[in-house]
Design a protein around this ligand. Structure first.
Ligand SMILES: [Zn+2]
Length: 333
């Protein structure tokens, strides 16, 4: 969150920027100290790899190239774990796709091509993994015996990470598989515009970043930008509408299943369509989240201050509302 504040406030005074940087470093070092010896969590959101990716970026911003290189090396050391057959998770929150996010996050700072090369290796394995299951979809994945669809645990999130790797997106066969998977996903949408949490689950229920319409929205909007096919924009707009109608959640302010995660849907729609209506929807979610009624109806989340489940994510959303340029933390890296 402090890193976002630093990056979004480049016009602030030197003193303020230093304050954001030192706060970022302070919390980073606490996370570093809390890291276990067994480094098995490989994702940007939940894992040691994420801490090393952040360390790579922060050290570089601080001007410590040597330390940044050390963290980058540690980050790259996860490659063998993630490529191993024993590693059984592919999704963003705990799996291979989440390692890709960590690598690409660090790459945006260091521009070290080794990071992208490693990400590409993982992505090619993800394509292979996606073809193992019997499914009408060219790519499908299972996590805890469910074929989840959404951003956090499912195929939409995995596609999102594939979009980030140029060599993958330049591969004609892979593009075909991705398009086929997107088109298959469309067939699963409910008449309401919402999406099931997993294949075969018929309850039109959850509307949040981890499950339901917001969980596939980001992938469809990005697919529209990449493939220029209007049908993907139409799906994204439908997802936006159902998120507006049913997405004012009472589960906290967080990104994963809270108001700010859903608010991002409208800010992204606004950024692509430039329709004021969507910015106004985002504003309404924003205002509700800190209103007396909003705060009183919001149940306490598990991690009230965290980036993904708590106030940290909400602050990033508010900051992005001011600039009108959305960048969903730890997801849109
Ligand atoms: Zn969630």
């Amino acid at each position: 969150m402090y890193l976002r504040l630093l990056e979004k406030n480049q016009d602030s005074s030197e003193k303020e920027k230093q304050n954001f940087l030192s706060k970022s470093l302070e919390y980073f070092h606490i996370s570093e100290k809390m890291m276990g010896v067994k480094r098995k969590k490989v994702t940007l959101v939940f894992g040691e790899a994420g801490i090393f990716a952040l360390g790579t970026a922060l050290s570089l911003i601080k001007g410590d190239q040597e330390q940044s290189n050390k963290y980058e090396e540690e980050l790259l050391n996860f490659e063998s774990t993630v490529l191993s057959k024993e590693f059984d998770s592919n999704e963003i929150l705990y799996g291979r796709a989440g390692y890709i996010s960590a690598l690409v996050f660090a790459y945006k700072y260091t521009m070290n091509s080794k990071l992208l090369e490693t990400a590409e290796k993982i992505a090619r394995l993800l394509i292979k993994e996606g073809k193992k299951l019997q499914s009408p979809s060219p790519l499908m994945y299972e996590w805890h015996q469910s074929r989840y669809l959404g951003a956090a645990h499912g195929v939409a999130g995995i596609l999102w990470t594939l979009f980030m790797i140029p060599n993958i997106m330049n591969d004609k066969e892979i593009r075909k598989d991705i398009i086929g998977t997107l088109d298959y996903l469309i067939t699963l949408s409910f008449p309401s515009g919402n999406f099931p949490t997993s294949v075969g689950r018929e309850r039109d229920e959850l509307v949040q970043f981890c499950h339901g319409a917001p969980a596939v929205f980001f992938t469809f909007l990005k697919a529209y930008e990449i493939f220029k096919d209007k049908k993907y924009l139409e799906v994204a707009i439908k997802c936006g509408r159902v998120t507006y109608e049913r997405g004012l959640l009472k589960k906290g302010l967080g990104l994963c299943h809270g108001i700010s995660g859903n608010g991002y849907v409208f800010l992204y729609l606004y950024s692509i369509t430039k329709e004021e209506k969507y910015y106004s929807w985002a504003q309404q979610f924003c205002e509700f989240s800190w209103s007396k009624i909003g705060l009183s109806t919001i149940e306490h989340p598990d991690d009230p201050y965290s980036l993904f489940n708590g106030l940290g994510g909400a602050v990033c959303f508010y900051v992005d509302m001011l600039s009108k340029i959305p960048k969903f933390p730890c997801f849109d890296v």
